[in-house]
Design a protein. Structure first.
Length: 432
């Protein structure tokens, strides 16, 4: 039997998991990283060599493939918005090699067979591992809990009702207890539902001037406070999705200092945009939770830097023209985020808010640690899931020209620096 093909990548190796940031060589064999060495290490005979070190020895950055902690997929049930195939195309262009799919599809992922279906569909793309969340309640409707043990056995990585908050304190208490019993956690959409219902914007001067139904920013902190109390009571692990307010972050920071099982993520709109982005009734900027005031955006940036926020997720919510080309209050919330996840995160590095290692950690090593994955690092034996990045290459977000089917980007027209040159999944180049 002939030996497996070998590929050598030479670039500036950046690995937040090990703290490495230096020119080097990485050898890929049989879908895994066979070795990580210095920049002048001779390549094995017959190996394919890709050299992106540049004249200064730095050149392009080679990092672990991105791990997207939360994204909605149109399939099953809403293939007119997005399919797994088109989502995989957008993910590869954005450097994402692992994606965690929310269960609030149609039907919801509340049955082990559906969880297995999503896993297999991800494998069939050849470019993207899709890790499905299991629905915490039947149909993601917030009432009866699902069979956590069977869903976990089928491959569910954790449990959530997606874009719907688990409103009942009793149901959330039981969910945290059951998830703990199966070595898992609950992902909560942190908005007090009775305050947030039918809201299109954050309560305040902007919403009043535009005549939009609104919810107070405090609706987020109220749900966070309740679920922190339940995590303390159950000794369970609650993870808060797309945290967007200073008040909620203060509560999470204190809970972590107390040693409770509390983690959180945010998404690019909440550290790159504020509520002014909905001016002129821009429905592409209608999100859930809604965009916040500038002081909240700054608080999110500070929490990314100080470690309060554990990861950055794309929060990808595909919508089609019929969902968005309607009056603002009637438009569906959500924004496409796969192709822009890396670029918007790097914008905070270019602005001086985040060191490069921290920016990439939030997209790689941190979500890998949270989920217990072996990917997310440049180390011998790890999967060869990789992304090659030109930090300085400029580009512009243009809705209608993004990879994939979903084009409803809240960042339409945004100029960025930092472009994916290549993406590898299990050692195979799938983009670039």
């Amino acid at each position: 039997m002939s030996p497996a093909p070998q590929t050598v990548l030479r670039a500036r190796l950046v690995c937040p998991a090990t703290g490495r940031d230096a020119p080097g060589s990485l050898l890929i064999q049989a879908g895994r990283i066979a070795s990580v060495s210095g920049p002048n290490e001779p390549a094995p005979e017959g190996a394919t060599v890709i050299d992106k070190q540049g004249l200064d020895g730095q050149g392009a950055i080679l990092a672990p493939g991105l791990i997207d902690l939360r994204a909605s997929l149109g399939e099953p049930g809403h293939e007119h918005r997005e399919t797994i195939e088109t989502a995989a195309e957008a993910a590869a262009a954005g450097g994402i090699t692992t994606l965690c799919a929310l269960p609030d599809s149609t039907p919801a992922l509340d049955d082990p067979a559906l969880v297995g279906f999503i896993l297999r569909r991800g494998e069939s793309t050849g470019s993207l591992s899709i890790l499905p969340y299991g629905a915490a309640t039947r149909g993601c409707e917030g009432a009866d809990l699902t069979e956590f043990g069977l869903l976990r056995e089928a491959g569910a990585i954790a449990f959530t009702d997606g874009a719907r908050a688990i409103a009942s304190a009793r149901t959330m208490r039981l969910a945290l207890s059951y998830a703990r019993a199966f070595g898992s956690f609950i992902v909560q959409h942190p908005e007090e539902p009775s305050l947030a219902r039918n809201a299109s914007a954050t309560e305040g001067e902007m919403a009043t001037r535009m005549g939009l139904p609104s919810s107070p920013a405090a609706a987020e902190a109220m749900m966070v406070a309740r679920d922190i109390a339940l995590a303390r009571l159950t000794r369970g692990h609650v993870h808060f999705a797309h945290v967007s307010t200073a008040a909620a972050l203060d509560l999470i920071r204190a809970a972590k200092q107390e040693g409770l099982g509390v983690t959180c993520d945010t998404a690019p709109p909440y550290f790159d945009l504020n509520e002014t982005a909905i001016g002129d009734f821009r429905t592409y900027a209608k999100l859930s939770p809604p965009l916040r005031r500038e002081e909240d955006r700054r608080a999110v940036v500070a929490a990314l830097a100080d470690g309060t926020i554990d990861a950055i997720a794309s929060d990808h919510q595909p919508r089609d023209a019929d969902d968005k080309r309607v009056p603002f209050a009637q438009a569906e919330p959500g924004g496409a985020g796969l192709a822009t996840l890396l670029g918007i995160t790097l914008a905070r590095h270019h602005a001086g808010d985040l060191p490069l290692l921290r920016a990439l950690e939030l997209l790689t090593a941190a979500p890998a640690e949270l989920l217990g994955l072996e990917s997310g690092r440049l180390a011998r034996g790890a999967p060869a899931d990789l992304v090659l990045i030109d930090l300085d290459r400029a580009w512009k977000v243009e809705a209608g020209r993004l990879p994939g089917k979903a084009q409803n980007s809240p960042f339409d027209g945004r100029a960025l620096e930092g472009r994916v040159l290549g993406t590898w999944k299990a050692g195979q180049r799938v983009f670039g």
